[in-house]
Design a binder for this molecule. Structure first.
Ligand SMILES: Cc1ncc(COP(=O)(O)O)c(C=O)c1O
Length: 375
């Protein structure tokens, strides 16, 4: 059997870390990018009810009407003017991203992605014959608009924005998003706005959607995965102008027929129900953020204090693969090498505090400090 070169050429190197970490007893797993909470009870119960009431068939390809409306209401709190017809329900944020790339990118089209950024973006784009182009969007907190501008060519189809950002924990300001939106409108480029961490912001940071400044140019991607601790439920969505949704629905049809019916009822309960559970989890992440920031500072690493998501991206220097592999094998601490997120991630590691509590963070850093002293 011969696998297509589109697939054999994709590198999934970061799995090496997780596979090795799983074999180390008592390993501190900063590599896992998901929450460690149980899905809130009322959401679990809505799923069980859906099963019992036989909501188990295919649903409309774009998702059930009540959920599409609830998603529009959720996103409209960002100052958008969406209706149910602007929403397509997908298999997680990943499904929304893949459908968007599949629907928009012709072979050879270029997609500008932040350097560093979530590594599957590059894999999605390559897998359908597109060309990912890394550009540095920020230097610390400073927007590098010229860097984005100079990555634009006549083949540029999309600029992808992700705030709060994986792997840096950075939250883009309203004025920075406005500047990127103006650039995209001026050059007639589509924006994909990945907002899966929209509710996970800390301190004074505030999440804004770039869709507010470029409603006709933006495809907004989101999911219940991180916000409601539902990564395994595989339920996300995209929001776009109605004529675009009519076309992108075909991508759902060819990849999945319809999103999971049970998860859609669960997501409806999540979005329409009390949001207290979200705030409770957010507060826990914020405490973990404080703990990890304190410990990174004591370690002497250079880092920006994460303002959102649940990632820290300290600069540790040197070859990030070598550093991460040695940290894993000699200290029993798993982290993702920064270079896996793009060339400018070299010299960094990504630490996720989504599934490591404060006690685990302290234990991990005690080990890191001992390891660094022994070097
Ligand atoms: C930036 C970013 N976008 C999208 C996703 C995909 O999320 P989902 O579980 O909804 O597919 C992730 C998951 O880690 C992510 O970090």
């Amino acid at each position: 059997m011969q696998i297509s070169s589109r697939i054999t050429s994709l590198q999934e190197s970061i799995r090496k870390i997780s596979e090795a970490a799983a074999k180390i007893p008592d390993c501190i797993r900063f590599d896992i990018g998901q929450p460690d909470f149980a899905t809130p009870k009322h959401i679990q119960e809505a799923a069980i009810k859906a099963i019992k009431e036989k909501e188990i068939g295919y649903t409309p390809t774009a998702g059930i009407a009540e959920l599409r409306k609830a998603i529009a209401d959720y996103e409209n709190k960002k100052g958008l003017g969406l209706a149910a017809e602007n929403i397509m329900v997908t298999n997680g944020g990943t499904g929304a991203l893949f459908c968007t790339f599949l629907g928009l990118v012709n072979p050879g089209d270029e997609v500008i992605i932040p350097d560093p950024s979530w590594s599957p973006y590059e894999l999605h784009i390559r897998s359908i014959g597109g060309v990912p182009k890394y550009a540095k969007f920020f230097d610390g907190k400073k927007l590098l608009l010229e860097s984005i501008k100079s990555a634009i060519t006549p083949k540029t189809k999309i600029i992808l924005v992700n705030s709060p950002e994986n792997p840096t924990g950075r939250v883009a300001s309203e004025s920075d998003l406005k500047a990127i939106a103006e650039l995209a409108i001026d050059k007639n480029i589509t924006i994909i706005s990945d907002e899966v961490y929209d509710k996970l912001v800390f301190g004074n940071a505030k999440h804004y959607s770039i869709a507010k400044f470029a409603p006709e140019n933006t495809i907004l991607v989101n999911s219940v995965s991180k916000t409601y601790s539902m990564t395994g439920w595989r339920l996300g969505w995209l929001a776009a102008p109605e004529n675009i949704i009519k076309q992108l629905v075909k991508c759902n049809r060819v990849t999945t027929a319809s999103p999971n019916s049970i998860s859609q009822y669960a997501a409806l309960a999540a979005l329409a129900g009390s949001q207290e559970c979200v705030e409770e989890m957010r507060k826990v992440y914020e405490k973990r953020r404080d703990t990890i920031s304190k410990r990174m500072k004591e370690t002497g690493w250079d880092f920006i204090v994460p303002e959102g998501a649940f990632y820290a991206f300290p600069k540790v220097g040197g070859d990030s693969w070598k550093f991460a592999m040695e940290l894993l094998q000699r200290a029993g601490v798993a982290a993702i090498p920064g270079v896996s997120f793009g060339p400018s991630g070299e010299g960094h590691i990504r630490l996720c505090f989504g599934s490591v509590n404060s006690e685990g963070i302290n234990k991990g850093f005690d080990r890191i400090e001992t390891y660094l002293k022994e070097l």
